[in-house]
Design a protein around this ligand. Structure first.
Ligand code: SAH
Ligand code: SF4
Length: 401
């Protein structure tokens, strides 16, 4: 089956439908179908939208300007509860990771995904997952060894942001945790990157819905310049992402020759480099102010030579680009090694001299990954948490300041 057409999870019989993740129009329809008077619909939806996305409430009882009867009706018919946080870890450097458990949808089993928060000077970035597992099999990526279990719903994608903001006290009138490391001013979550588990462009409709709600000016209000969608290169969906979502684009490039990219990022066999770069050149809204990020994982002896750096610069000619060099993060059973530090620096210098920003992503949150790595009996969990340090390294520094 084409992964793009894989069915999306829907509530099972008996489960309450969620209001989170619905567009305004869908919310109007949902309220109408439960008997809310036509003349009230628009106002009620505005009120609910504000409570959910500006104030961050997760209980209808807190929606104080809505009549008690309506609040009761809503809580009988709909859910706005947060999913369960199965585990929370906080690193010495302030990186936080939540293991979030979503209920089974229909016949499936409950699933768990990770969301990671990276505080930096002047920004706080949240790394969000789009799928449980991945259909693709990039050789250096641990998620690539896990089969796709299912797509996340728009609600589940947004829930990751809502939970992070709950836990960070990032809604009005909430206390922030004592000793928390976060940007001194402004919002605790200022940027989002779709760089957790999964290929976001193979879950296009749900990712689109969630990101449009995350950037809605009357709600969560994140600027689209501070949202970055990372793709391994699902070429036919790239223009759509630009036109219909309008967020910043990151491409997991990792190789500059088709022969090598076919191996490292197998989707390249379907959409080779020439097609991928043509889609980047044509990305709606691309400019020097809205550059495309190219992610490049540094694999020792595989893609890290200065000849690769030279070809990279040639390949990207004419594209407003920034190159993120990611030291490879090994995981149990991985076949690659991380390039030597001097080699990464030499590669970065070369690309830099050619006029491209090429920051090297230093790993963050390594300590919590290590702590969890000690849970040897829980092998599945250990494998998942091994990914944290690498994710944290990749996430940092995306989107506008
Ligand atoms: N599926 C999407 C988004 C998730 S992966 C994509 O591939 O773009 C986010 C980034 O992490 C990608 O650039 C991915 O190639 C990179 N990555 C995956 N495993 C890694 C590892 N072990 N070390 C370093 N980077 C890795
Ligand atoms: Fe999937 Fe991205 Fe990992 Fe490739 S790098 S296997 S596309 S999550």
């Amino acid at each position: 089956m084409n992964p793009a057409s894989r069915p999306v999870a829907t509530p099972a019989a008996g489960e309450k439908a969620s209001l989170i993740g619905l567009s305004r129009e869908e919310m109007v329809d949902a309220l109408r179908s439960h008997g809310v008077a036509e003349r009230q619909l628009k106002m009620r939806v505005s009120q609910i939208w504000h409570w959910l996305y500006v104030r961050g409430v997760s209980d209808f009882a807190d929606m104080l300007n809505i009549s008690r009867e309506l609040r009761e009706l809503l809580s009988e018919r709909f859910s706005i509860a947060r999913p369960e946080i199965a585990e929370e870890q906080i690193s010495n450097d302030g990186t936080r990771k939540w293991l979030i458990r979503f209920p089974s949808r229909g016949a499936g089993r409950p699933v768990e995904i990770e969301t990671v928060y990276i505080p930096e000077e002047g920004r706080g970035t949240l790394c969000i997952s789009s799928q449980v597992g991945c259909t693709l099999t990039c050789t250096f990526c641990h998620t690539g060894t896990q089969k796709l279990v299912r797509n996340l719903t728009a609600e589940e994608i947004l829930a990751q942001l809502l939970i992070a903001r709950d836990r960070l006290g990032d809604f009005p009138d909430r206390d922030t945790p004592v000793g928390m490391i976060a940007p001194a001013e402004g919002r605790k979550v200022s940027n989002i990157v779709m760089m957790g588990m999964g290929e976001p462009l193979y879950n296009f409709e749900n990712v689109k819905k969630a990101l449009l709600i995350a950037s809605d000016g009357d709600g969560l209000s994140l600027s689209k310049r501070r949202i970055t969608l990372s793709t391994s290169g699902v070429v036919p969906e790239i223009a759509r992402a630009g036109n219909e979502i309008g967020v910043m684009l990151a491409i997991s490039l990792h190789a500059v020759r088709d022969e090598l990219r076919d191996e490292l990022v197998p989707i390249n066999r379907k959409y080779p480099l020439a097609e991928l770069l043509a889609a980047c050149r044509a990305y709606p809204g691309v400019s020097n102010a809205r550059r495309i990020t190219f992610e490049y994982v540094m694999l020792k002896g595989v893609n890290d030579s200065l000849a690769d750096a030279r070809d990279l610069v040639r390949l990207l000619k004419g594209i407003p680009a920034k190159i993120n060099l990611i030291p490879f993060n090994p995981w149990p059973g991985s076949v690659h090694e991380c390039s030597d530090w001097e080699q990464i620096e030499a590669f970065s210098d070369f690309v830099n001299h050619a006029g491209y920003a090429s920051p090297i992503r230093t790993p963050r949150g390594r300590d919590i990954s290590a702590a969890c790595g000690q849970l040897k009996s829980e092998s599945e969990r250990m494998r998942k948490t091994d990914r944290l340090a690498m994710e944290a390294a990749m996430i940092a520094g995306h989107g506008a300041d």
